[in-house]
Each structure stands twice: as structure tokens, then as C-alpha cells.
Design a protein around this ligand. Structure first.
Ligand code: 5GP
Length: 113
């Protein structure tokens, strides 16, 4: 599989503002933030998109959710944030390495425009 942009960030081949890292995931600031806090929660395993995850990815998918909560507590987000996953090019996905967007500090209308 070709290396994704996020693989390069995980491998520290290209720089990023890293907020949190553990053996299975990394959390970075989005380069083009859409809210005062805009983080990307990225698995170290290269899963191209949510719909390519399978049964064996159950644990990592749960882990990413719990990392979101952990980081929200570290940043004192007061239990106020949105998690978004864009799945597929027609849904706005541009980097084909699964990631959760964590946005906070701005009230998003539902659904976001
Ligand atoms: P997607 O559109 O795939 O859901 O989200 C990809 C996100 O990655 C976008 O919000 C975009 O701003 C962010 N992004 C793209 N290139 C870089 C980069 O080189 N560094 C960082 N930190 N974020 C990036």
C-alpha cells in the first residue's frame, strides 16, 4: 500500500503539531482549522476509510473514540466537542487514511453547512 500523508506524519517524515500519541494512534492539529480547536485523531494502522474497516479493526475504532475523550479532557473542552468522519470523496474525504475530526470552540449547526 502506498504511504499516505498521515503515514508520513506518523513516521515524523513531515512535521505536524502533535497533541497526543500512543502506540496505536496520533492526534495532530489540522493544518486548516475549521474551529478554534480542530484536531485529527489518526490510527497508526493505515485504514483508508471507515467503510474499509472490518471486524478485526473493532478494537482500534473503539480506541480512537476513547482517545478523543482523553484529549478533550487534557484540553479541558468541558465535554463540548463534535466528532466527524468524512467517508469517501463525495462526502468530503481528501486524505485516504481514516481520521476523526474533533472540533470544539465553535457551535456547529446540525447538519453542518
Ligand atoms: P478529510 O477532508 O480527508 O476529512 O480531512 C483531511 C484533513 O487533513 C483536512 O481537514 C486538512 O485540512 C487536513 N490536512 C491536510 N494536509 C495536512 C497536513 O499536511 N497537515 C495537517 N496537520 N493536516 C492536514
Amino acid at each position: 500500500m502506498t504511504e499516505t500523508l498521515f503515514d508520513k506524519i506518523i513516521n515524523k517524515d513531515i512535521p505536524a503539531d502533535i497533541i497526543y500519541e500512543d502506540e496505536k494512534s496520533i492526534v495532530i492539529k489540522d493544518i486548516n482549522p475549521q474551529a478554534p480547536i480542530h484536531l485529527l485523531i489518526i490510527p497508526k494502522k493505515t485504514i483508508p476509510m471507515l467503510s474499509s474497516a472490518d471486524e478485526e479493526d473493532k478494537e482500534i475504532l473503539g480506541h480512537l473514540m476513547l482517545v478523543a475523550v482523553k484529549v478533550s479532557k487534557i484540553l479541558k473542552l468541558d465535554n463540548t466537542f463534535n466528532i466527524i468522519i468524512n467517508n469517501g470523496a463525495n462526502a468530503g474525504q481528501t486524505v485516504f487514511h481514516l481520521h476523526l475530526h474533533l472540533l470544539s470552540g465553535k457551535s456547529l449547526s446540525w447538519l453542518p453547512a
